[in-house]
Design a protein around this ligand. Sequence first.
Ligand code: HEM
Length: 226
Amino acid sequence: MNLAGRPARVSVWALGLLPLLALLWDFALDGLGPEPVERITHHTGKWALRMLLLCLAVTPLRRGLGWRTLQPHRRTLGLLAFTYASLHFATYLVFDLDFRFGELAEDVQKRPYITVGFATLALLALLAVTSTRGWMRRLGRRWTKLHRGVYLAAVGAPVHFAWSVKADLAEPLVYASVAGVLLALRLRPLTHRIGRSDANYATLPRSTKTGIGNPSGTKGETTEVW
Ligand code: HEM
């Protein structure tokens, strides 16, 4: 089986949506516990963060273990992170705020963990919208720079988590440490890339730059993001 092909991508989507299915299952069976809204908020928030970290783990795994077939699944994992983050936000807007947009604006201004969460969600939305081939073509080299924003999201999400908890910081610190390791693994190749000349970049084939048109879906070292 081609682990980078369409059936594999559909399988990653299906697997990635299982936590949502589990939540809906609990909802249908009235099994969300005494604080159902809190349960949905925490479940969707945590899965958004996990998908984001999985997405960031793809490139180091490919480099370290040679798992090239993982590479095309980065985009799916990024979109799954955005999907869960959107559901997380929707839960807050619908059940906590009852669509009171004025209160939302106030929260974004006055509650630092909501400010960070909002900025992270906005970033994920921008990355999701511009993750298509059309936007890659339109933005050219700027696409790569824009999609380095995923590193900011990987900082913002654990900070939001840590800021949202009132007492025990142990769990947010575990996620923050994983994010830290994944980001540190990117630092060396990134500084190496920045040192490369633009001329070198310009001479690379398009498939190497974007992964588009490359049957394995893998990208060259020059523009690896997500
Ligand atoms: C406008 C955007 C966002 C809003 C309004 C929001 C709101 C919230 C709220 C109300 C909580 C619960 C805090 C509590 O229990 O007292 C929370 C927790 C959390 N959020 Fe967000 N959030 C946003 C964006 C994000 C994003 C983008 C991510 C991840 C990518 C995220 C991940 C989490 C996590 C992991 C938790 C902790 C869950 C737990 O304690 O089990 N949030 N957020």
